[in-house]
Design a protein around this ligand. Structure first.
Ligand code: GLN
Length: 481
């Protein structure tokens, strides 16, 4: 086995400090591994030259003993984060050739802390999807194979990031989560996906899908790496009016917390129809495991859960339809040629530039915002969103954390559910509520089904309580070994 194969972010930092190998050697290994695994289609743009330049810079920093938090750590950047002078497509034809002249805050923070950019990872177009099959650049393949060696989806929308981490093509990756896009692919690929509290990470320079829900986060091999990487991307940013001024604690110190005497709530509404029996069993088993270490497991109710999905699929498309109005064929990306007038330019550029799922969302969003329907759909959805948040606020008076499955099922075949948007949307039924409430939530691997396919459990806390989420996730990780 190659010496680099088993590395984590945490162990690599130590090895680099001890000069067991150089960042350049490490980066060259990943560049080669990415090119050997192109069939997985994890990357839209590979950036080997950037990576080597950054790696050499990190080697210099290490020589000078100026080691930053993620010095020399090769990562993948979801192609939703604007990277200066590096193509940023959001997996859409409409942004096929968009080269930003500025850097997103999240990516800037990662480069400032020494991370090395291996490339821009694939995603569902504008982060709309749950299988990474809506990308203009083709679907991503989950490195974990199904029955008879079949190709499965990695989940979405951060499917390229999740598959790249699971396949060992990078040590960590950024993701964005609007309704589950970090947690669901993490669950399908057997890795850790963390969505922090809404407002923890700046949205500046992140291509907008639904601004009141979008939140950056991390995909990593384990919980420790998640805490290290999340640390570097959090913090107030004056360029994002919704970014939070709350202090960011040192997440790695989660280990000092104790779970003894804490209460974990099990919401009965998450026992949804069609919940896979092996996932259900694991959910029950881990409740028992928590009891053994002195955690009190209590039954809770989040009564408005059943409205989460319809609420999300009104609010998210409404915001998307407004956010995506800027792609008009004039200012960005794809522009249809040989048109007779301005209206045709808009119409043809947009209808040729966007894929079907994105168009579906724009139409739903435009509809729910239109005169006559605005109150009936959009305003009502906002009210229900508030009730969903209130459910959580009440629950967190009784418990410290909430434990649920991440997804009702394991990964599925590429192409499955593709013709049935409702079936696809059901993937998000367990992740969407925490998004609507802006709560931190993690997916941590909790087992495999009889065919060897992984699934995760989700831990949700009250706002800004990420450290406790890490603590409980680490317990699941350790117990699952
Ligand atoms: N799958 C969900 C959707 O398609 C969530 C996407 C996301 O979190 N970006 O909207």
């Amino acid at each position: 086995m190659n010496q680099f194969e088993k590395l984590t972010i945490k162990s690599t930092i130590q090895h680099l400090k001890c000069k067991d190998f150089s960042c350049k050697e490490l980066t060259e290994y990943f560049i080669k591994k990415i090119s050997d695994n192109r069939k997985l289609n994890c990357f839209i743009t590979e950036t080997p030259d950037h990576a080597l330049e950054m790696a050499l810079n990190s080697d210099k920093k290490i020589d000078n003993n100026e080691i930053r938090a993620m010095e020399g750590i090769p990562i993948a950047m979801k192609d939703l984060f604007c990277t200066k002078n590096v193509k940023t497509t959001a997996a859409s034809k409409i942004l096929e050739n968009f080269i930003p002249f500025y850097e997103s805050t999240v990516s800037k923070k990662l480069w400032d802390s020494g991370s090395v950019m291996l490339g821009k990872s694939n995603l569902d177009e504008f982060a709309m999807g749950s299988a990474n099959t809506t990308s203009f650049f083709g679907n991503v393949i989950n490195p974990i194979k199904g029955k008879n060696n079949s190709d499965l989806v990695p989940g979405g929308s951060s499917g390229g990031s999740a598959a790249a981490v699971a396949a060992g093509l990078c040590l960590g990756a950024t993701g964005s989560d609007t309704g589950g896009s970090i947690r669901q692919p993490a669950s399908f690929c057997g890795i850790v996906g963390m969505k922090p509290t809404y407002g923890r990470c700046s949205r500046f320079g992140m291509v907008a899908f639904a601004s009141s829900l979008d939140q950056a986060g991390t995909l990593t091999k384990n919980v420790d790496d998640s805490a290290i990487m999340l640390q570097t991307i959090c913090g107030y940013d004056e360029k994002d009016s919704t970014s939070s001024k709350m202090d960011v604690p040192k997440f790695s110190e989660y280990e000092k917390l104790s779970l003894k005497g804490k209460k974990i709530g099990i919401p009965k509404e998450y026992l949804v129809d069609g919940l896979n029996s092996e996932i259900k069993k694991s959910w029950e088993n881990f409740s028992e495991e928590f009891k053994k270490i002195g955690v009190e497991i209590i039954d809770i109710s989040l009564p408005h859960t059943k409205y989460s999905l319809p609420t999300y699929y009104i609010i998210a498309p409404a915001e998307a339809s407004a956010n995506l109005a800027r792609y008009d064929g004039v200012r960005y990306g794809y522009r249809h040629q040989n048109v007779d007038n301005l209206d045709d330019l808009y119409e043809i550029s947009r209808s040729k530039g966007f894929g079907d799922e994105v168009k579906r969302r724009i139409m739903i969003g435009t509809y729910v915002l239109s005169a006559g329907y605005y109150d009936a759909y959009y305003i009502k959805a906002l009210k229900v969103r508030r009730l969903i948040l209130d459910d959580f606020i009440k629950a967190f008076k009784k418990c410290d954390l909430i434990l649920t499955p991440t997804t009702p099922n394991v990964s599925f075949l590429i192409g499955e559910k593709q013709d049935d948007p409702l079936e696809m949307y059901l993937n998000d039924v367990l992740t969407v509520p925490a998004s609507l409430a802006g709560l931190p939530a993690i997916s941590v691997p909790a087992g495999k089904n009889k065919d060897g396919l992984p699934f995760g459990l989700q831990i949700i806390s009250s706002h800004f309580n990420e450290a406790l989420v890490f603590k409980a996730a680490k317990f699941i990780e350790d117990t699952n070994k």
